[in-house]
Design a protein around this ligand. Structure first.
Ligand code: MV4
Length: 495
């Protein structure tokens, strides 16, 4: 394979390390960039070379397009991998990179641009026969036209910003009394958040599932899918738990959905790894948008297909034809991802940045941890609060759940509050165990109301561990840490 000699990773944290791991396996040299507070971050230590690019604020560092391209040119990197977030879906950046004679590891700036407009992409996919929900073609330019459309398709409807995505500016309208206000407010929000007031109105689905299909396409126009992920468990558009495959998938639905995903990729001339997002409700599915980047949850697809998605991204970007035909890709088993955030769910998920005092990651059968933290590391308050992705794999869904429970039990993170106890409660929720998830799951299942006891247990677990460590029993291995903790817990129970 003709790979790159050197790649710059324009990102930080776990995803920067994930990308560097693929590079290391392939003998590709890696270049890290970092902001001032990330001086001691793991991604900096892992890379072959590292360049300070600016101060903490993302606009000065991880969003500083000119500076990043300058560094890539200086160190003669042939390609830039943007990871997710930051510049990953910024078509200006992709264009700047292309113009500098450097390969952007992702789709073309044109494709990113097209998929950035929810209206244009919807129009194109609808024309190509991909199912979409009824919507106002061409956008809503007047309140009167918007009202007329809403009356025509019937309530409830949802007002969305064309340049949006991720839920910003979305408003649900249940009857005619709120529609005029929602249209006007929608335009104002779209203008201020995206600099583009274009909005559209769509039929609203009440409690849909979020199902997405992973695709890979090469420069020859050959595309394959890597099956689907179910990502319904989220809070305010931040995903918390994802799984692959979707627990309610049928062969018929899968065939139609993956076909649609490949059509979407074809219609927008897609290259590299991407994800086609659908909403599913009562047997029907509808195209929402395409994420033109490597996603956080790509890991679970890797676990159930065995395909190394980042390795394929590097191969595709360097001009290789796809390494697999569709019939070589099969699903085996079940994988779950829990996003571990440095947040306090009992305090409205407020970020809880701070120093990691003790850290032991779980291991053993069917466990994969992707994290960017270590003992002594101070989580900077300026960036995303996700500090680790805990993934489990099993031949069956219940085995994956049981392994996840066991891994959560083994996981020790001292110094910051985390979402681990929330995941503990989710992995014991009856509806989750049965696979009955949807986008309003957390609220409907009143997960937050029953959370306190999980956090109280975690508090005592952590105190026990901290006390044992203060006595000088410094643990040197996972087993040692876990054994100390189990002994103390058992003593507590007998007393
Ligand atoms: C919707 C919807 C219901 N009906 N559109 C939110 C983010 C964006 N990608 C699409 N979103 C939604 N669009 C219609 N017509 C419900 C959501 C939605 C949602 C979607 C996926 C995952 C979580 C969600 C949480 C709330 C609402």
């Amino acid at each position: 394979m003709t790979f790159f000699d050197k790649v710059l990773i324009a990102n930080r944290g776990e995803i920067a390390i994930r990308i560097m791991r693929a590079c290391r396996e392939l003998g590709i040299e890696t270049v890290a960039i970092y902001s001032t507070p990330d001086k001691n971050a793991l991604h900096v230590k892992y890379a072959d070379e590292a360049f300070h690019i600016g101060e903490a604020h993302p606009s000065k560092s991880y969003l500083n397009r000119d500076r990043i391209i300058e560094v890539a040119t200086l160190c003669e990197a042939e390609a830039i991998h943007p990871g997710y977030g930051f510049l990953a879906e910024n078509y200006h950046f992709a264009e700047n990179v292309e113009q500098a004679g450097i390969t952007f590891i992702g789709p073309s700036s044109k494709t990113i641009h097209m998929m950035g407009s929810k209206l244009d992409s919807k129009e194109a996919m609808s024309s190509a026969g991909v199912p979409v929900l009824p919507w106002t073609k061409g956008g809503v330019t007047s309140t009167e036209a918007g009202i007329a459309f809403a009356e025509e398709i019937g309530y409830p409807v949802i007002v969305k910003a064309s340049a949006g995505g991720g839920g910003i500016g979305m408003q649900i309208v249940r009857d005619s009394s709120g529609i005029a206000e929602a249209i006007e407010k929608g335009m104002r929000i779209a203008q201020s958040a995206f600099g583009d007031p274009t909005i559209f109105i769509e039929k609203y689905l009440d409690k849909p599932r979020h199902i997405e299909v992973q695709v890979l396409s090469d420069y020859d126009g050959h595309g394959i899918h890597l099956y689907e992920r179910e990502c319904s468990i989220q809070r305010r558009h931040q995903k918390l738990v994802e799984e692959a495959p979707c627990p309610i998938m049928t062969p018929e639905l899968r065939e139609k959905m993956t076909d649609s995903a490949l059509t979407v990729a074809k219609v927008c001339n897609y290259t590299n790894a991407g994800t086609v997002e659908f909403l599913y409700s009562e047997g029907n599915y509808y195209f929402m948008e395409m994420n033109t980047r490597l996603q956080v949850e790509h890991t679970i697809t890797e676990l159930v297909t065995g395909v190394d998605i980042v390795r394929q991204q590097l191969a595709i970007a360097s001009g290789e034809p796809l390494a697999y035909e569709q019939d070589e890709i099969s699903l085996r088993g079940h994988a779950i991802e829990c996003r571990i955030n440095a947040e306090d769910p009992l305090n409205d998920f407020a970020a809880d940045p701070g120093k990691i005092v003790r850290y032991r990651s779980p291991g053993g059968p069917g466990i994969r941890v992707d994290s960017g933290i270590h003992v002594g590391y101070a989580i900077p308050p300026q960036y995303d609060s996700m500090i680790s992705k805990l993934c489990s794999y099993g031949l069956t869904r219940i085995e994956a759940i049981e392994r996840m429970r066991r891994a959560i039990y083994e996981y020790v993170i001292l110094g910051v509050k985390t979402t681990l106890p929330l995941h503990h409660s989710l992995m014991h929720n009856r509806q989750f165990i049965q696979g009955n998830t949807h986008t309003h799951f957390l609220v409907d299942q009143q997960i937050m109301r029953n959370l306190q006891s999980y956090y109280r247990d975690e508090e005592s677990r952590m105190q026990t561990l901290a006390a044992s460590l203060r006595q000088g029993k410094e643990t040197a291995a996972v087993t040692a840490a876990v054994n100390v903790y189990i002994q103390h817990m058992n003593k507590g129970k007998q007393a």
